[in-house]
Write a protein that binds this ligand. Sequence first.
Ligand code: 5AD
Ligand code: SF4
Length: 433
Amino acid sequence: MSKKYHIHTFGCQMNVHDSEKIAGIFNDTGYGTAEDSGDADIIVLNTCSIRAKAEQKFYSELGKLKKIKKKNPNLKIAVAGCIAQQSGKQLFKRFPYIDFLFGPDNIGSLNTLIEGGNGRTAIEHNPEYHTSVIPMKREGGLKAWVSIMYGCDNFCAYCIVPYTRGRERSRPASDIYNEVKSLADEGFKEITLLGQNVNSYGKNLPDNIDFPDLLSKLNEIDGLQRIRFVTSHPRDFSAKLTRAIRDLSKVCEHMHLPIQAGSDSVLKSMNRGYTYSEYKAKIDIIRDLDPYMAVTTDIIVGFPGETDEDFEKTIQALTEIEYDAIYAFKYSKRPGTEALYLPDHVDEEVKSSRLSRILKLQESICYRKNKILEGKVVEVLVDGPSENDPTRMTGRTRSNKIVNFSGDIADGGNSVFIKILEAKMHSLNGEKV
Ligand code: 5AD
Ligand code: SF4
């Protein structure tokens, strides 16, 4: 009987996609999937260290595995991802029941690590990782993630990613094209291109290609219906990209453009490389070219030194820009980052009250923006039955809004036109036309 693996994933889309690569390698090596931890021969915890909360979740899961391993001493435990990369061999000392460690750049050496008796760790940054082609086990057959670059060179003062995922490297455009082409041939209809800063795609490649050029190349692939991408850094954002989104039929009208804060002095100590008015000018370019393009963002509240006055500027920015959605976080201290050493760290209660103010404000903005869609007909790519109410179907608009409607199972995987009847805070209800 073949051995079985189980993967527990923490953190971002990039990590979820890394877990698909880990699963792909296990599959290729002849492993089967285990339904849960108790049933597995090897358990991989694919970890995230972006904020303290994500880290705590990992440590609590690791604690549970200690008990499982006591009952089943043959069980192997591997720690992957950003915590493995960052904490390295110290983890073996603190938790001797861990068997293997491997970092985000070392997924390709997973089988030699586990099967080959080549030691227990693979956490060296691999400068060639971006050129390797790794098998993947993707969930579902409709939407897929595709990495276009790895790492990050921005060194925002709060962020651990440049330390865990290393320097920025773009994958060769031909590898990306071939991957997307074969996904489309398999029947996938939507792809999301992943990178920490997709706007700087191509910088170190020998071919003269930038991100909008890559989008035009992928736009030609038959069968593919939608192209999305995350994440863009406002500093490298170009009008050429907005034109590409407007003019390329498959590229969805949605930009995720993290602002992080509205105050210039906070932006400066975050090392973001733009002022609020520079950022706002880019939003104006987007809205001039396409007033219907959805714009979403990330916000950090309570960055060291953020005064009440600074915070009001973030509130003002949200009110002025009216994002379609935001992801807001309380600043979290990360080891080794510059912000840790800044003066005037903000009290936890102040951070919490700022966060709830931001979320409340955004709820009213989301509702107002969704309300505008009432009576309009939108194109929805249908994911399948809704989890909350299996009698209804659910899908997303090109601008990435959730739409629920009464349809039938056969709509799953197809594009349908839906008339929006009712706006909710975080979704829309409609009927087929
Ligand atoms: N604390 C809080 N939020 C953070 N982010 C990154 N690092 C931190 C941190 N130390 C947020 C940023 C980023 C998103 C992915 O996570 O808003 O855009
Ligand atoms: Fe993703 Fe960053 Fe978390 Fe690593 S630390 S998993 S890159 S969010």
